[in-house]
Design a protein around this ligand. Structure first.
Ligand SMILES: [Zn+2]
Length: 286
């Protein structure tokens, strides 16, 4: 079963007028990312039907709906409501993660309710963009909760040497390493191939790597290299849909282009491929 470990989804209100939504919620950084002033946007948009049709066309059974790294706790609450609704509407197709901010009132109660409502993890998180420290006390409580609940936590990872993009904010690797050491049972997913850190360094046993947006950032040869360095059991295929990760050839976002490219560029057994395309993620959820 193919699972895309890294997607985002927005309601019609946001798709129809992202600027208005950003103004209402005070999410300037997000707006700059989805509609930058100085260059064409890479953001694509898709409603429920388009997303499901694109998943079907690629044979993707489930997508992990990641939250955005909203700057304001109120936006996190609002966006989590979208997920709550979408998970219920298409139980078999969407796995919901939470947008989280340590300023959410009664954070632990909020997390417990989210767990009861069927949420399965936290992320995509970006403490530096969201304005808090990895060692924030409330945040650490949330990380402990994730640990106890068997929830993976997905973090955006910025490549300091990689291409520039709107809203690029660095994500120091030492903070991820600190967290991995502090909570050795916490399942930490580093997005965007972990900025290729694993190609040059050994990684803690509780790190996992997703491949979201990689076609935009790196040549396809990195997939083989990553498998050699970290092993296929650590790799989670994911797209960053509805981002247009093949802007030269792709007008609308899809799942199939990256799926086909990935399969073509790796040299692995059927079992290893199945693992990276979904089993590893399913095992992470337990
Ligand atoms: Zn990201």
């Amino acid at each position: 079963m193919i699972i895309d470990a890294h997607t985002h989804r927005y309601p019609e209100e946001v798709i129809n007028d992202p600027a208005r939504f950003a103004q209402r919620t005070g999410e300037k950084m997000w707006l700059n990312m989805v509609s930058p002033q100085d260059r064409p946007s890479l953001q694509g948009w898709a409603n429920r039907e388009e997303m499901l049709a694109s998943m079907d066309a690629a044979g993707v059974r489930q997508s992990v709906l990641l939250g955005w790294y909203w700057e304001n706790q109120k936006t996190c609450l609002e966006a989590n409501q979208w997920h709550r609704q979408w998970m219920k509407q298409d139980k078999e197709r969407f796995i919901g993660f939470l947008s989280l901010h340590p300023k959410i009132p009664q954070l632990l109660d909020y997390l417990k309710r989210a767990r009861e409502d069927g949420f399965r993890g936290i992320g995509e998180s970006h403490p530096w963009a969201q304005g808090f420290s990895m060692q924030d006390r409330e945040w650490i409580k949330a990380m402990e909760f994730a640990c106890e609940s068997g929830w993976p936590v997905n973090f955006h990872v910025t490549d300091p040497e990689g291409k520039d993009y709107p809203g690029k904010i660095l994500t120091p690797m030492e903070d991820f390493l600190w967290l991995a050491n502090e909570l050795p049972d916490l399942k930490i997913i580093l997005a965007h191939a972990g900025a290729l850190y694993p190609l040059k360094n050994s990684i803690p046993s509780n790190f996992y790597i997703d491949l979201a947006a990689c076609p935009l950032l790196y040549p396809a040869s990195i997939f083989k290299e990553l498998i050699e360095h970290v092993g296929s059991e650590k790799i989670l295929w994911g797209t960053d849909y509805p981002l247009r990760i093949y802007p030269a050839t792709q007008k609308n976002p899809d799942f199939k282009t990256f799926l086909d490219t990935f399969i073509d560029s790796v040299d692995v057994t059927e079992n290893e491929l199945r693992a990276m395309l979904g089993e590893n993620f399913a095992n992470l959820l337990g």
